[in-house]
Design a binder for this molecule. Sequence first.
Ligand code: NDP
Length: 277
Amino acid sequence: MRKTKLPSGNEIPVFGLGTWRMGEQQNRFKQEVNAIRAAVDLGITLIDTAEMYGEGGAETVIGEAIRGCRDNLFLVSKFYPHNAARDDVVDACEHSLRRLDCDYLDLYLYHWPGSIALSETFDALHELLDSGKIRGFGVSNFDLDDLKDIPVADQPLLGCNQVFYNLAHREVEWAVADWCQQTGVPLMAYSPLDQASSMLQAPALKAVAARHDATAAQIALAWLLHQPNTVVIPKSVDPRRIEENLTALNIGLSTEDLVELDEAFPAPDIPVSLGLR
Ligand code: NDP
C-alpha cells in the first residue's frame, strides 16, 4: 500500500475504507463485517470511522471484522464536538477503543469544529498520546480560520484534515489545501465518490474512464490520488466495488485527462467556504 509521510515522520496509507452508514442495522452486520474483512484481505490497511457512525455501531462492526489482525491496520476514529472538553475527549476515546476492541487508535480526529477552546481539546489529545491510547491526532471539516485557531505548536503535528473533497466539490482548493501543503498536513478526502451521485455519470468522467478501460469511480479516485498529499477513503459494503476502487491506485492520468476533468469540474475561482456533508 502506497503511503504518504506525516510531519511527525510517521506514515499514513493513501487509500482506506470509509464506514459511514455501517453499524446502523443489525441485519446488515454480517455483510459489513465481511466487507471489511475483504478490504483487509485485498491489502487495505486504513479504516476510517467515527463514534457518530451508527452511534458506535460502525466501530463495533470494525471490532468484529479486525479481530486478530489489528496490528497491521491504521485505524482512524473521530469524536463529536460535544465531546471536545478535556475529560470528555478521553472518555470518548476509551469508549471507541472498547467498541473497536483494541488498545490504540492510529489517528483520532476532531470531527468538526465546536465551541470548546481548542487549547483544552488539544491538551486532552496530548494526554491520550502520552498514555499510548492514540498514536496521532488530527481534525476534520476545519476551514482555514479553524486551522489557524489550533495551537501553533500543534498545527504541524496534525495527522490530517479530513474534508469533503471530490471532483464535483473542490472548495478545499480555495485555501485549505494550500495551508495543508505548506504545513505538511495530508488532506483526507471524504465522500470521494460524492456518495455515488450524478457526478459518476458526467460525460467527461466517462470519456476519461473509457480511455483507461476503467470505471468513472476509479477515475474519480485516481484524480484525487493525483492531488498532492491526499488520502482517499471510499466506502463500500460490496467486495467487488472495494476491489474496483482499490485498482484506482494503478491508474496514472495523462495531462489530457487532467485538463478534460478540470474543464468539466472547475476549481473555485472566488472565495468559498469548505464544503460539508
Ligand atoms: P463515498 O463517496 O465513499 O460513496 C459511498 C457510496 O458509493 C456508497 O453508497 C457505496 O455503495 C457507493 N459506491 C462505492 N464504491 C462504488 C463504485 N465503485 N461504484 C458505484 N458506487 C460505489 O461516500 P461517503 O460519504 O461514505 O464517504 C467515504 C467515507 O468518508 C465515509 O464512509 C466516512 O468514513 C468518511 N466521511 C467523513 C465525513 C466527515 O465529516 N469527516 C463525512 C462523510 C464521510 P455500497 O456501499 O453499496 O457499495
